[in-house]
Write a protein that binds this ligand. Structure first.
Ligand code: KPL
Length: 296
């Protein structure tokens, strides 16, 4: 397939190199205007990809968007006139709320959403490390996207394991809930994910989870407190030694994904008239942290 990766950060570069090694024709669309970019996955050979090539964009069978949620609009807007109506457009980022906008702009295209637990890290511009083996769930966002089940095999061949999930909405909500619980707290306290297993966070994590369950149930997501709490604590333990992406963003004073994680939850809570004071406090705290950088 002709695959274009929009946003070759750590996760985008991981998929770019894996698709290339699986035999696909891969091109990149990064922020720099260089016509070529090179990437090396772990110890594999360095490979060169075309960058910002309009013809590659026009000929793409699949555009995989791996920019952060808050960058989706500005990254895709200038490319819209060049995207073929047959091109499958796939979103892969933390948080929710961008697919609706994408569909309003590309209503004729198949739109697919993916969520992944693979860990990747780019110590340099060219080098990408696959730091944690995870899995990926993919599903259709619109009617045309729902017919793209074949992508499971394509992606599984490149970077297993991949599951086609006809109920991707539910998977995205579960990932959102995990991120609502782990990311703001680790960012505020500048701690590792595993530190949240300490006694000092247990009642707060429980309160956050109760709020999440109430909103998710109203959104028709089947879950309960014990199930969601267990899932969150499993991720806390499985990624104990990691810093969350939001902790890293705050550490480096980069804009966080809070609007598309806790912000999305708060919007849904408001729609259903549910009180979510603990999540609201975390949201306010993150916004204050971000605000403090612009005041410096
Ligand atoms: O998705 C994550 C993130 O850091 O954004 C978790 C699951 C919390 C792992 O760190």
């Amino acid at each position: 397939m002709n695959i274009l990766i929009l946003g070759p950060g750590a996760v985008g570069s991981l998929w770019a190199t894996k698709f290339q090694l699986a035999g696909h024709h891969v091109s990149l669309w990064g922020r720099t205007s260089e016509s070529e970019l090179s990437l090396q996955l772990d110890d594999a050979p360095l490979t060169t990809y075309s960058n910002q090539s309009i013809s590659s964009l026009q000929e793409a069978d699949l555009i995989l968007i791996t920019v952060k949620a808050w960058q989706v609009e500005s990254a895709i807007e200038p490319l819209l006139p060049h995207i073929n109506a047959d091109t499958i457009v796939m979103l892969m980022h933390n948080g929710m709320g961008t697919a609706e906008w994408l569909e309003s702009k590309l209503s004729d295209n198949p739109i697919v959403i993916a969520t992944t637990t693979h860990g990747a890290y780019k110590p340099t511009k060219q080098h990408v490390l696959h730091t944690g083996h995870g899995y990926t769930q993919v599903g259709g966002f619109n009617a045309k996207g729902a017919k793209c089940e074949f992508l499971q095999d394509v992606m599984n061949h490149a970077l297993p394991s991949v599951n086609w999930n006809p109920n991707i909405h539910s998977a995205l909500w579960t990932k959102l809930a995990i991120n609502c619980a782990i990311n703001p707290l680790t960012a505020i306290h500048q701690c590792k994910n595993g530190d949240l297993a300490a006694e000092q966070y247990s009642s707060l994590l429980e309160a956050i989870t109760h709020e999440l369950v109430e909103v998710m149930n109203k959104e028709a997501i089947v879950t309960d407190f014990d199930t969601l709490h267990r899932t969150i604590m499993q991720v806390v333990n499985a990624t104990a030694a990691n810093y969350s992406s939001m902790r890293q963003d705050v550490f480096h004073k980069r804009r966080t994904e809070i609007d598309f994680i806790t912000g999305y939850l708060l919007q849904a809570a408001k729609k259903h008239q549910i009180n979510t004071p603990e999540n609201a406090k975390l949201y306010q705290c993150l916004k204050q942290i971000e605000q403090s950088w612009t005041e410096q």
